[in-house]
Design a protein around this ligand. Structure first.
Ligand SMILES: *Cc1c(COP(=O)(O)O)cnc(C)c1O
Length: 412
């Protein structure tokens, strides 16, 4: 066999990616973070009970997402948990979640004694399907948690309508979606509550951290209290009017987050531009399916870039494709989530709760999640911060590997 320029690098061909010019290391920071951290250090006000940096960031972030109220807390997992508790979701209630998401979306329901129930995703967008959600509603359902996966807003008009019709709380899991907007309105307060994560991998980070946003004053007060040992905003130190956790963010984290927030629009613009270029380079490639555009998605958070390559669904083939992509120079790529309705630990805990209460546990059928979890690859957020030349290389690498998908090892 002769080696030509179209040959895969793993077979001795020329790598598709440029040798130099990689995207910036993540997290991105500069002197703004350094200065802000030092200011907190020397102020000796390291906690939000004494300093005002957390409160300032809460206001700035809520404004950025056009929400009336914002409360920061330790992470995105507990942000969902606190949002559920604030909404009154508790023991034996059912919470409908998508199976194609990070495990925290479902685990949060278990943390309040509720049962996560999986409804299928739309195979084109990987997002929770409103019709499948409606079909999963029972008399025990209390809340729905649509996830703005990869930064792409879920169909919030349909979910808001569904919430009204069935009297359900809608909690947006916007961990991957700061800066995203649906029909012109930023995510976070499109539902009753919205939750965010500032963990290391996210588009805005302090290493760890999270936030809960809402337009509802009463819910906001409950969230504040849950995060602050049952205290009341503006109340006394030992005035505990409810039972709450201590989930406070530190002033150091908020100092970093203020700088990250200020930089976010600039980075999102780069991500948007690169995602548009990448989509245009890939949309006509046979066998490659990037998510279709949707006019209702007026701003995409562009946390990850998901694409389906149906030929990779054969056993072992997607792993072979990842090795082939790495040889082309593309290493920031993942095979994504194992769907949660297949996670034994989640199912066992859910069944244990349902059994104790003598409730049925609805076994989920999620064929779309099963399919997309086998043929999806995603590019990590750092990729979308690359140069134009880098993005063209990414497209060339994916095109090469997709064209050879049938020949990749792994057909058992
Ligand atoms: C990261 C993430 C979370 C959890 O956030 P942490 O801050 O890591 O606890 C929840 N949901 C989704 C969709 C996420 O991506």
């Amino acid at each position: 066999m002769t080696v030509d320029s179209a040959a895969l690098a793993i077979d001795g061909g020329t790598p598709a990616m440029p040798a130099g010019d990689p995207p910036p290391e993540w997290p991105v920071y500069d002197g703004t973070e350094e200065k802000a951290l030092l200011e907190v250090l020397t102020s000796r006000k390291w906690g939000s009970t004494h300093g005002d940096v957390v409160a300032t960031f809460e206001r700035e972030f809520a404004d950025y997402q056009q929400a009336a109220h914002g409360t920061c807390l330790t992470n995105g997992t507990l942000a969902i948990t606190v949002a559920l508790r604030a909404a009154g979701v508790g023991i034996g209630d059912e919470v409908i979640v998508p199976p194609y998401t990070f495990i925290a979306t479902a685990a949060a329901a278990l943390f309040v004694g509720a049962v996560p129930v999986f409804a299928d995703v739309d195979p084109g967008t990987h997002l929770l399907d409103p019709d499948a959600t409606e079909a999963a509603v029972t008399e025990r359902t209390k809340a729905v948690v649509p996830v703005h996966l990869a930064g792409r807003p879920a169909a919030m008009d349909a979910f808001a309508e569904l919430g009204r019709r069935h009297g359900l709380t809608i909690i947006e899991d916007a961990a991957q979606a700061p800066g995203a907007a649906y029909q012109g309105r930023p995510v976070g307060a499109l539902g009753d509550l919205g939750t965010f994560s500032f963990q290391t991998s996210k588009n805005m980070t302090a290493g760890e951290g999270g936030a809960v946003l809402t337009d509802d004053e009463e819910l906001a007060a409950k969230v504040y209290s849950l995060v602050n040992v049952g205290r009341v905003r503006g109340g006394g130190w030992y005035q505990h009017e409810s039972v709450g956790y201590n989930l406070r963010l530190t002033e150091f984290q908020a100092a970093v987050l203020r700088a990250q927030l200020a930089r976010h629009p600039q980075l999102q613009e780069i991500r948007e531009r690169n995602a548009a270029l990448l989509t245009s380079l890939l949309e006509d490639v046979e066998g490659v399916q990037p998510a279709p555009d949707d006019p209702a998605v007026t701003a995409h958070g562009r946390h990850l870039f998901l694409l389906r390559i149906p030929a990779l669904a054969a056993p072992g083939r997607r792993d072979a494709a990842l090795r082939a992509l790495a040889a082309e120079g593309l290493t920031e790529v993942s095979s994504g989530y194992v769907p949660l309705h297949r996670n034994a630990a989640l199912i066992a805990e859910s069944k244990a709760i349902a059994d104790r209460l003598g409730q049925p546990y609805p076994e989920a059928e999620c064929p779309n999640a099963d399919i997309v979890s086998q043929d999806t690859i995603w590019l990590t957020q750092r990729t979308l911060l690359g140069s134009e030349q880098w993005i063209r290389g990414v497209a060339a690498a994916i095109t090469k590997v997709a064209r050879s998908a049938d020949t990749l090892a792994g057909t058992e």
